[in-house]
Design a protein around this ligand. Structure first.
Ligand code: ADP
Length: 569
């Protein structure tokens, strides 16, 4: 509404049935309007948010200022069997040392014999081994059970059998895991943000290995524990319910004298190394963005383990911790999408001017809803004019009337190439996010993502300083504008984190060099011992890096270059 009062059209969101209510709430609070199918045209929206996957046509028809909340082909890491296969492949290609963060797993029925061999090996070695069986395509703890005797293994659909982490870190006897929110801004180049807030999800009955069938002691899913008898009781230290915010967990860690920085770094490594496995398989879709939920379990030796990656992390608000974390998360995602830039573009009539100065743009003009076409301004930036001039010189024209799908694809590709010539702060921008997926959804992902064009539309750059600036160093003017901002709200840029990884992320993701950089950084963090020493070092070794990456995790994230001498050679 406020937008209208000030004489410009408000941003419009479109929610698919089943999209989380918190998304609607946050967007309305921010002055957005919900798309009205009766009154508005089909394409008259800025953000389309779906819990399930988009159709191929959604990717094909997206307009430059529109964003979708899913990248195509995310199934590569969000389905348990696919993730297992990818991680295994990476382990053999890049070494077990780097990829040692996921428990050994077998995909059944195909790998039954392999599993049997591993099972027998453990038994004969006299090692007590517990296993967890999970359907490959279900979420929220459905169909999961534990066993230590193969006689108890039964399944009637594809499952993975994973080594059960039987010595989890406990808080007052309760098992917990971490739900880490990760936003993949782009897969090409790979750009990853991790949210500072997250959730700690507790089991509601005390942990023991005697009753393997007690889901309230072994599984930490809220969807299960909220039906537990102890859910509402005030549990020792944990309190009522089954969730903490990450802030609360940080203060718990602090009191334990843990090398927190190293733990955070290891978790962030898990996220990067996991996403690296999928990056080459995901088509470049600059109009999309993905919110993922990484489930991390910490064991008694403070080693973090990856349990799974959730395509659509639940965004329901079940308790106060949910409200704090999820509302902030959605707000930060919207900031990360950088609508201010695209909206400026729309509001200033650049689009109309750009279209007019190009030959034969009728097709695009007819696709643009009237609300987005604003009066021509007198001050179209010179660069836009240069782009158009260059375009004419190259004799590139758009079709003048109706086009077929294939010519439309060609057109968007041309458009993409044109826009690539524009400096970052003048480009067009577009993207999106996700929720829990079922088998049907997964099938649709697979089907819909088969023919996604490699480049839909070029977006205005994210690389502007649109993030909050609480304290230095987040807004240092020295930051190179081509580098993504190191912080947007509570989202911390975790990849790339230095010059080498930035280069690797653009050059078809050079996994080898990334793995090397990650290992180097982690061992440097591990070798700096006490927090006090590190603080002193922070002051001494404040290496000025063009790449001002922050360490994700701590409440006031320090610069990585301050934590260890990180500067690239
Ligand atoms: P879902 O998608 O159904 O939530 P998860 O893989 O996240 O499946 O498993 C559900 C819960 O089971 C986890 O939150 C965790 O508490 C427990 N769990 C899963 N895998 C393991 C494992 N390998 N070791 C210990 N606990 C596990």
């Amino acid at each position: 509404m406020a937008a209208r009062e000030h004489g410009f059209a408000p941003l419009v969101f479109r929610l698919h049935g089943g999209a989380p209510q918190v998304v609607r709430e946050v967007l309305l609070e921010r002055g957005w309007e919900e798309h009205d199918e009766q009154k508005q045209e089909e394409g008259e929206w800025n953000l389309y948010w779906r819990t399930s996957a988009f159709r191929n046509s959604d990717y094909e028809n997206v307009l430059p200022w529109q964003r979708l909340n899913h990248h195509p082909k995310m199934i590569h890491i969000t389905r348990k069997d696919c993730l297992t296969r990818h991680l295994r492949r990476m382990k053999s290609a890049h070494g077990a040392a780097a990829y040692d963060f996921s428990p050994a797993a077998f995909i059944l029925p195909n790998e039954y014999t392999k599993f049997l061999a591993a099972y027998i090996r453990n038994r004969t070695a006299g090692k007590p081994r517990y296993w967890i069986c999970k359907p490959v395509d279900l979420s929220r703890g459905r169909g999961i059970f534990l066993f230590d005797n193969i006689r108890d293994l039964t399944y009637d659909s594809p499952v993975i059998i994973q080594r059960y982490i039987s010595k989890p870190l406990l808080i007052s006897g309760y098992k917990f895991d971490l739900r880490i929110y990760v936003c993949v801004k782009s897969f090409s180049p790979l750009i990853i943000y991790m949210h500072q807030e997250g959730l700690v999800r507790f089991a509601t009955e005390k942990y023991n290995l005697v009753s393997l069938d007690n889901v309230y002691a072994h599984l930490t899913n809220t969807s299960i524990n909220k039906f537990g008898l102890c859910y509402t009781t005030d549990k020792e230290r944990v309190g009522r319910g089954c969730k903490w915010t990450m802030t609360k967990f940080r203060s718990f860690l602090h009191n334990q004298g843990v090398n927190e920085r190293l733990l955070w770094r290891k978790i962030s490594n898990i996220v990067t190394l996991t996403l690296l496995t999928a990056a080459p398989s995901i088509p470049s879709s600059p109009n999309c963005l993905e919110l993922l939920g990484f489930d991390i379990l910490i064991d008694t030796s403070f080693k973090p383990w990856l349990l799974e990656v959730n395509y659509s992390p639940a965004l329901s608000l079940d308790c106060p911790a949910d409200v704090t974390v999820k509302k902030g998360l959605i707000n930060d995602i919207i900031d990360l999408m950088n609508y201010r830039m695209i909206d400026g573009f729309r509001q200033n009539g650049y689009l109309r001017r750009y279209m007019r100065s190009c030959t034969g743009c009728h097709y695009i003009l007819t696709k643009i809803p009237p609300a987005f076409l604003l009066p021509k301004t007198s001050s179209a930036p010179r660069r836009w004019q240069n782009v158009c001039a260059k375009r004419k010189k190259q004799n590139i024209t758009f079709p003048s009337t109706k086009t077929t799908i294939s010519s439309r694809r060609k057109q968007t590709r041309i458009h993409h190439e044109q826009m690539s010539d524009v400096s970052h702060d003048e480009e067009i921008n577009v993207e999106v996010e996700s929720d829990d997926c079922e088998l049907t959804t997964l099938r649709r992902v697979r089907e819909s993502s088969r023919n996604v064009p490699s480049a839909v539309c070029k977006l205005p750059s994210l690389y502007v300083q649109n993030h909050k600036s609480p304290t230095a160093p987040y807004n240092r003017p020295s930051q190179d504008r081509s580098i993504p901002p190191s912080r947007v709200g509570d989202f911390i840029l975790t990849f790339p984190f230095n010059e080498v990884t930035w280069k690797a992320s653009r050059d078809d993701v050079g996994v080898k060099s990334v793995v090397h950089e990650i290992q180097k950084l982690t061992s440097r963090l591990a070798s700096s011992s006490s927090d006090k020493e590190r603080t002193n070092m922070d002051k001494r070794v404040a290496v000025r890096d063009r790449f001002e990456a922050l360490l994700w995790g701590p409440k006031n994230p320090p610069l990585l270059s301050e934590c260890c001498a990180l500067k690239s050679p």
